[in-house]
Write a protein that binds this ligand. Structure first.
Ligand SMILES: NC(=O)c1ccc[n+]([C@@H]2O[C@H](COP(=O)([O-])OP(=O)(O)OC[C@H]3O[C@@H](n4cnc5c(N)ncnc54)[C@H](OP(=O)(O)O)[C@@H]3O)[C@@H](O)[C@H]2O)c1
Length: 282
């Protein structure tokens, strides 16, 4: 697939002459959900479209043609949802997406990095002991869970702006999906070395970006979010030991996370929040 194309753009053709005029046109705001083929990312795209009838959403994923949930959403919201191909491990696809968004929208009010890997059959298994740690697993988890999201922020950052009269926030927001197990202070069980370390790296990288964003004239708030244990493909192999009532639906978790995003304040920049708004220690 030509990675610089909006995969399903044929429905309408709108010419935008400049970034400035584009930011005025998107009155409900422009949100990017990276990692939206399924799970929590797909639910973010759905709720953003359902809750703000003027907002536009750009959803990215590795294989748009195979993302059936996203295709269904595109059928429901043909005018307000665009789908772009983006693989976190291929930086040129990130750059191409940023270029396409700049050309069509000229701005972004919200960027959510929702992708993540914990296990991949025959490739990546959460390690139960040190003996099972493999260099390839550490590198892969780091590449997808930490490096990729930061490169997305790097390439999208020139587009991050406040805007859109229909949105509640007066700041642009970057929200990275982390995990409580990425907290070093909260690590009492050990194990899952690759996943834990990659999320700890994501936390540190995001914190550094937030410090830099804090110096900008136009405010951009950068936060980390733990969604709880959510019933998705990622958690499915590990749900056996989840206590009763602690396995959330993606609808519930995303509703809580959007509430945090929509109410974020400048003093929240660089913080790590759980789904219920509690701050998580580093
Ligand atoms: N579910 C939980 O209980 C839980 C708990 C704590 C934290 N989290 C975090 O929440 C986030 C979402 O998790 P989830 O439960 O929704 O997982 P999921 O259902 O397994 O979805 C993972 C998403 O990441 C995408 N992805 C994987 N590798 C990618 C790559 N190289 N480039 C671009 N996208 C890639 C997948 O795309 P493909 O369809 O192309 O594979 C998919 O859209 C993750 O960061 C995860 O670590 C989840």
């Amino acid at each position: 697939m030509a990675n610089s194309l909006f995969a399903f753009r044929s429905i309408r053709k709108v010419a935008f002459t400049s970034s400035a005029s584009a930011s005025v046109k998107w009155k409900g705001g422009v949100s990017l959900v990276q990692g939206a083929s399924r799970g929590i990312g797909l639910e973010f795209a759905k709720q953003l479209l359902e809750k703000n009838d003027k907002g536009c959403v750009i959803a990215t994923c590795r294989n748009p043609n195979g993302a059936t949930g996203l295709l269904d959403l595109k059928n429901r919201f043909p005018e307000r949802l665009d789908v772009l191909q983006l693989d976190l491990t291929v930086e040129s696809t990130i750059e191409a997406s940023a270029k396409s968004i700049k050309e069509k929208y000229g701005c972004l009010n919200l960027l959510i990095n929702a992708s993540g890997i914990l296990s991949i059959p025959n490739v990546l298994q959460p390690e139960t002991t040190l003996n099972k740690v493999e260099k390839s697993s550490l590198m892969l988890a780091y590449e997808v869970n930490a490096v990729g999201p930061i490169l997305v922020i790097k390439h999208m950052s020139p587009l991050l702006k406040v805007g859109g009269t229909g949105i509640e926030r007066d700041v642009a927001v970057v929200a990275n999906l982390s995990a409580r197990v990425g907290s070093i202070g909260d690590n009492r069980l050990g194990g899952w070395h690759s996943y834990r370390a990659s999320k700890a790296a994501l936390n540190q990288l995001t914190k550094s970006v937030s410090v830099e964003f804090g110096r900008k004239k136009d405010p951009v708030i950068c936060i980390l979010l733990h969604p709880g244990t959510v019933d998705t493909d990622l958690s499915r192999p590990f749900q056996r030991n989840v206590p009763e009532g602690k396995l959330f639906t993606k609808e519930f978790s995303v509703q809580k996370l959007l509430n945090i995003i929509n109410n974020v304040k400048s003093h929240d920049n660089g913080k790590f929040f759980a789904w219920d708004g509690q701050e998580i220690p580093w």
